[in-house]
Design a protein around this ligand. Structure first.
Ligand code: FE2
Length: 372
């Protein structure tokens, strides 16, 4: 049984320019980065590299259409390396550029072609969430199917993950909140996943601790404090990525995909919706297994009383970070609860079955209804 794989090589620099020097970034590099980051940190360096901004093909979370347009643009150039600088969306799009002879991303998601990696891949996160810089996953909205699809293949695993805290200074609060909530869900779903083991637990536990302790400090010192401790979150989300890169994520992600796909709710905000309801359901279904260790861990990190209502306390803390909305406020209709549930069961089985305890149809309906 495979326990743990650790790739990429991880680097850290104080300044972006130190990275470009150390890695000799030049004309054979294609850099996938959105204009806001380019203008702030890259423009002044006058690099000779090729730049592609996915944002010009569509905003927000990646879709198969955006990936295909980026692939078409990249096909005009000769390059040896791919450098992705951005949040999960940019990294998940850039991963397709390392493959030879791909012009249609659905062929990849549906595994219709042979994968041949021909480029080196460097991933540099500018949010503290997805952990995409250390995982083999890419997730995108498939426009024609009205939901999201994910794929994890070794070819997508970056060769280098480069952490540069400078890039996260002044990250808007909203992105901070959504990306760190996503990272926390990665660590939590990994910790209780069937494939979790002492190696993955080390990273998951430390990620949970860094993120929850950070939230606690923010709740005590005020929201502006997040930028003071952003490095803890960058490292926490990286640890969470290493953990779930080995175990996968589970039902929280499964339940969030129809909402994110249909109503374009940010990935982290979707996961936030379903996190505590799914973990509360786990605690009710099988209270004595790994979920007990998770609950005890959170109680000790947050210094709560042993008999306190853990999930009420967590919801209170999370609500300070970002106020949780009703599903109806995203535009969802009550009549869609059954359809969303069926879509989860039909299309997200890979995630749904990677669970601590089975979340059956009735439970999924109840969770959507409770949040509606
Ligand atoms: Fe996620």
């Amino acid at each position: 049984m495979k326990l743990f794989r650790l790739q990429p090589e991880i680097h850290k620099f104080d300044k972006f320019s130190e990275f470009t020097e150390e890695f000799s970034i030049g004309e054979k590099d294609i850099i996938v980065v959105n204009n806001s980051i380019f203008d702030k940190f890259i423009k002044e360096l006058n690099l000779k590299s090729i730049f592609i901004s996915p944002k010009k093909y569509g905003d927000g979370e990646p879709s198969d259409e955006i990936i295909d347009k980026v692939l078409a643009e990249a096909a005009q150039y000769k390059f040896d390396r791919v450098v992705a600088i951005g949040g999960g969306a940019v990294m998940d799009i850039a991963k397709f550029l390392v493959l030879e002879n791909v012009n249609n991303s659905i062929d990849v998601f549906e595994r219709k072609i042979e994968f041949n990696k021909t480029k080196e891949f460097i991933a540099i996160p500018t949010t503290c969430g997805t952990g995409s810089e250390v995982t083999s996953y890419s997730v995108a909205e498939i426009k024609s199917k009205g939901t999201k699809m994910g794929i994890g293949i070794d070819e997508f695993l970056p060769d280098y993950a480069v952490l540069i805290p400078e890039l996260l200074k002044n990250i808007p609060y909203k992105f901070f909140a959504f990306s760190t909530l996503d990272a926390l869900v990665h660590a939590a779903e990994s910790f209780v996943a069937p494939g979790s083991n002492p190696y993955t637990d080390i990273f998951a536990e430390k990620a949970i601790e860094l993120i929850l302790k950070g939230y606690k400090q923010i709740s005590e010192k005020g929201k502006d404090y997040y930028s003071e401790i952003i490095e803890d979150f960058l490292i926490g989300s990286n640890y969470a990525g290493i953990a779930f890169g080995n175990t996968g994520v589970g039902p929280v992600h499964a339940l969030s995909y129809p909402l994110g796909g249909k109503y374009h709710v940010a990935h982290g905000e979707c996961n936030y919706e379903f996190f505590t309801p799914v973990f509360k359901a786990y605690t009710e279904i099988a209270p004595e297994g790994k979920i007990k260790k998770f609950n005890d861990l959170v109680i000790s990190i947050l210094e709560l009383d042993k008999d306190s209502d853990l999930y009420a306390e967590l919801d209170k803390l999370f609500n300070f970070i970002w106020e949780k909305k009703k599903l109806s406020s995203f535009g969802m209709n009550e009549s869609e609860i059954l359809g969303f549930t069926e879509s989860v069961i039909e299309k997200q089985q890979r995630l749904l079955s990677n669970n601590y305890a089975p979340i059956e149809k009735e439970s999924i309906i109840n969770i959507y209804r409770e949040l509606f």
